[in-house]
Design a protein around this ligand. Sequence first.
Ligand code: GDP
Ligand code: MG
Length: 314
Amino acid sequence: MAWRGLCPPAAAVCSLCFARLRPTLNSTDPITGEATSAESKNATAAAYSRAKLFRRDPYTVERQRKVCVLIGMTGVGKSATANTLCGAKRAFETSSSVVSVTSAVRIRDYSFAGSRWRVIDTPGLGDTNKPYEETKRELLQAFHYAPHGIVCFVVVVPKGRFTAEMEQRVREALDIFGGEAAIRHTLIAVTRVQDAPEKVLDDIMRLPPDHTLRRLCELVGQRVLPVENVKEPAVAVSRLLLHRGMDEVLEMNGEERYFHTASMPVSVSLSGRTELTAEDLLQSRCSTAWSRENGTPRLVISCDFPRLGEVVNR
Ligand SMILES: Nc1nc2c(ncn2[C@@H]2O[C@H](COP(=O)(O)OP(=O)(O)O)[C@@H](O)[C@H]2O)c(=O)[nH]1
Ligand SMILES: [Mg+2]
């Protein structure tokens, strides 16, 4: 190509060449979706790129990365909302068909306004052929990708049509995630809406008290946001609103993230003694680490009890 001839031999100093090379040389981590240049064939391009150099284990996410989980029926705009959040057009596959294209959780790491985030897109609820236990197993996978807790659950609902069945499925999903405790970390995103947040809430609160959407809205403490995932420039506004909303949810929870302890099997092996005293606990020193057994992540809590010898909770 003509412009290549204009570049000096050391392509590193030619921003035109570099910009041209970059899209093909950088790849994305197959699981987290975050940019990585691990497969780059050109060390110069890798060195100048802002992409991560090494592949990440998705189970060992950095402690400060904030994690949000999207929940909702198939076709309501979960994957489109996930794209809006991470600022990409096609990080998550969206579909106009009512058949779910997300059959397991998908994650993507990204940065927004100086904070690191991870968005988890879950399979669409409401597939009548799918047994409840399977849905539950799929949804609970989300916790494996959030070892330091979840900042916010975002229930995605479509504008205008929210049936009793949809309400039932969303409530079931919130129960699977931990019920009331999880609901304190939840907000609702209404897709295909460009109105101001107060107007959306006012419109919902004007519905009859037994309306399914009003009931859901009251369940989550009236935390509702409008979201437009397709029409620019509203997408950029939605991105900002969603992040501000999720940060506010974190703040309302005293900066505490949500953990689902019930999903972690715990067994205790005590060497010799069968009971721990308060004094044992006071003197203990514990640390946590993630390991994997047959592909399943496990939180290993190791405690050193000076008066007792080592005890391992697993
Ligand atoms: N106009 C508009 N279309 C949307 C919006 N959100 C989602 N869609 C469209 O709705 C369809 C279903 O979205 P998708 O994210 O695949 O739904 P999911 O099954 O919940 O993941 C796709 O064709 C999207 O482009 C929105 O805010 N505005
Ligand atoms: Mg989807």
